[in-house]
Structure formats: C-alpha cells, structure tokens
Write a new protein. Structure first.
Lengths: 177, 251
C-alpha cells in the first residue's frame, strides 16, 4: 500500500470502530481480496460464499479489538479467512493441505491482489462484454446458453469473450504499470 | 496470474482466435486436454482461468445488505445444509435464469434479510441515475444492486437515516412479466403517484435546495408545520413525491 492508501485505510478502520455503519467502506475495499483468497481454497462457490460471509461478520464483530500496526487490513481479514476455512474443513472431517490455508505473511499477497484487481476490472467492461464474462465464469453457463440469453449467435458471443479478455489483459497491464 | 502448464493437442486448422480460445477455455473448465494455442491466447487463457473464481453478481450486494442487518446473520451452514444448497444451486441452473419474477428481488438461495416492517417499493426505469440523485440529495446509502448480465439494474435497496427503500426496474428482464401485466407502472406512466414518501432527515433546507438544483419540482415550499416538523415537498425526476422533514427542535 502507498502511504496515502495506508492513511486512508487507517482512517476507515477508525471510522468503522466509532460507527459500525462505516464498515461498508472497509467491506467495499476488501471484498474481492477475501473472495479471491477463499475461492481458490474451497470446493464450491457455495462454500466460498459461506466462508467470505463469515469472515466479514467476524471482522465486523471483532473490529473494536483490532489494533492498527501498519499491516494492511486485508492481511487480518485473510488470517480470519484461513482460520475459518480450517474450521470448516475440520467440521467436514476432510484432509486438507494446511500449508495452503496459511495467509500470506507480512501482508504481501500479489496473487490475491492480482485476482482481486481482475474481479474489480470486470465491472468496468462494456455492458455486453461484462455480461458474457459474468455468465461464462461466475454463472458457469455455456456459450450456447449465453447466446440464447443475449439473443446473439454463438460466434458473436465467442468474439465478445475474446474482446473482453483482451480488454482485461490491457487493463491489468496498465494497472500493474 | 496463475500460469498453467498442460499437455495440449494440436490446434484445429482454420479456426479463428475466438474459437481457439473458447475451446481452450472449455478444456480448462472441464479439466481436459486443450488445443495448442499461441502465446497471446495463452495469456488470455491464464486470465480466463483466474476468472473461474469470479464471484456471482448478487453475492457481494447480498452480503453488504446482510452486514448492515447484523441480527439477520444466518447460522453457520451444516454439511447437510451445504448439500441442500448445492442441490438448490443445481436446480437453479436447470431453469432459464431470472425468467420467473421474484417480487422480493432475492434469489432463491439468498438469506432472509432483516427487512423493515414497511418498506416502500418504488418503480423506476433508470435506477442508476435515481440512486445517484437520492445519494446526493438525501444522503442515501446504497445497500444492494442486482444487475442483469446486460448491465441493467433490476433491483436496488438504499437507506436514508433509519429507513430503507427498494427500487425495481420495470425495464429489466427480471420484471418484464410484471410490466406486461401493469403491476410495475412508474409515476411517469401513471401520470402521477398515489403514494407520497415522508422522511425525517438532518437538514430539510439543505436537502430541499439540493433537490431543486438536481432537477426536482417543488411541491411544497419549506416551512414550519403545526405538528412540530419543518417540511418541504418535491417531486423527483422520476415522478415520486417526497416530503423531507426535520423536527423544529433541530432545525
């Protein structure tokens, strides 16, 4: 985080500690990070959503006890996420790779940051490209289903998919400098 | 970005890049061997692979709404409930998405939210602009937006002070059947509104001035009322009539 970002985050945390309704800012800034971290380590979207929801509810509940030590707020959230997933897998009595659940040390989590940025960039795509990406990847629909839904040919949907991915690649390159 | 190395099959001759990429994506999704693709398409495939974790459109908004109503937190799902949800999800995937209108705006898997005893449900054909207006004029906080794949907002929820409001968009596919039956007419379509909204806000004079500046029509000049409120009335650009009020002890 840049210094200005760090200050803004510290202010947002303090504001939310004074007034829980201000937690919305912290949620808005960190939702994609938590989800990106969780979704690759869970077995289904339903489990990823359950864990993500639990992370933010725990964070909201424990926020008054949170002490700012200069580490990004996301690192704290990811630690809660790792513990939550650990609890879930214990409840389900399944073998897991514990190392895979450890949150990144020192707040350095480039892969999570990259995916979170990618998820946010999807929102900035033109409507038709975003629609194809959301239906194809978030709703797991086939090209045929998307074509039927959007009233276009399958070839047109594949072209939109290609253009959307090119747009995202360009936006990611720009964001990464 | 996650980089994948997988054995590939030769690319089919004569296929364009859009088709080649789609076949490669299909292979990644199904975990099978994909066609051989060039470096540029491989980069795009890597992005597609990361997008497989893209959250569903309504989840972020649903959780945001849930966090503003902490008492509504559902219990941790048991393995049995998780299996039930999976069956529900599979069941949902078998039907055409959003064909059946759901008046609450919630998906079938959405947790029950802590709704107010009475919540105005406003019909507006341009929710995005209306939400900006309510935010700028009335200090509204947007709690939820449901966006259809083509980018149209079908439902939204916002809060002003302690009061929450729903918007539904009769121009959305989700509400098309309601619109066809005449159940979701906007004030503009009706030529007026039979219900007015009366809300308490911090500073009636400021809000009223902002409303007029943002395109609202004056209905009732701001003044002190005998029942103890300072009140102003205006019709917003979508035809809804608001009375904004501040107790005289505050004004």
């Amino acid at each position: 985080l840049k210094r200005s970002d760090t200050t803004a985050e510290q202010n947002a945390i303090e504001a939310a500690q004074r007034d829980p309704r201000r937690f919305a800012d912290l949620y808005e800034n960190n939702f994609e990070r938590v989800y990106a971290f969780v979704v690759r380590r869970t077995r289904s979207r339903e489990q990823a959503e359950d864990v993500t929801a639990e992370v933010f509810h725990q964070a909201l509940k424990n926020l008054p006890r949170f002490q700012w030590r200069g580490v990004p707020f996301a690192a704290w959230l990811l630690k809660i996420a790792a513990n939550t997933m650990n609890d879930h897998t214990k409840r389900l009595k399944r073998e897991i790779d514990i190392a895979n659940l450890q949150p990144p040390a020192g707040g350095n989590f480039p892969q999570v940051e990259d995916r979170a940025r990618l998820f946010r960039l999807v929102e900035r795509l033109p409507d038709d490209q975003r629609g194809v990406i959301v239906m194809r990847f978030a709703q797991e629909q086939s090209i045929r289903e998307i074509a039927a839904w959007m009233g276009r040919s399958e070839g047109a949907i594949k072209q939109l998919q290609l253009r959307a991915l090119k747009s995202l690649r360009a936006a990611m390159e720009k964001a990464n400098g | 970005m996650a980089k994948r190395k997988r054995k590939s099959t030769p690319a089919a001759p004569g296929l364009g890049p859009a088709e080649q990429l789609d076949r490669a994506i299909g292979a990644v999704v199904s975990g099978t061997r994909g066609p051989r693709i060039n470096l540029e398409l491989a980069e795009l495939l890597s992005i597609a692979d990361d997008l497989r974790g893209l959250p569903r459109g309504d989840f972020k908004a649903r959780l945001a709404a849930e966090l503003t109503a902490p008492k509504a937190r559902p219990p941790k799902p048991s393995p049995r409930r998780a299996r039930s949800r999976e069956r529900q999800r599979q069941s949902r995937q078998e039907v055409t998405p959003m064909k059946t209108p759901q008046p609450t705006g919630a998906t079938s898997a959405a947790p029950r939210q802590n709704l107010d005893p009475v919540m105005p449900f406003m019909h507006i054909r341009d929710p995005a602009t209306a939400l900006d207006f309510y935010r700028d004029v009335l200090g509204a906080q947007v709690l939820m937006r449901e966006t259809e794949p083509d980018g149209v907002i079908s439902h939204a929820m916002f809060q002003i002070g302690e009061s929450r409001f729903m918007i539904s968009n009769p121009a959305s596919r989700h509400l098309s059947e309601y619109a066809e039956r005449g159940w979701s007419r906007t004030p503009q379509e009706l030529g007026g509104t039979p219900v007015h909204l009366y809300i308490q806000i911090e500073d009636v004079d400021r809000a009223f001035a902002k409303a007029i500046a943002a395109g609202a029509k004056m209905v009732h000049e701001v003044g002190d009322m005998q029942w103890g409120d300072r009140v102003g009335g205006f019709q917003d650009p979508w035809g809804h009539i608001w009375y904004v009020a501040t107790p005289l002890t505050k004004a």
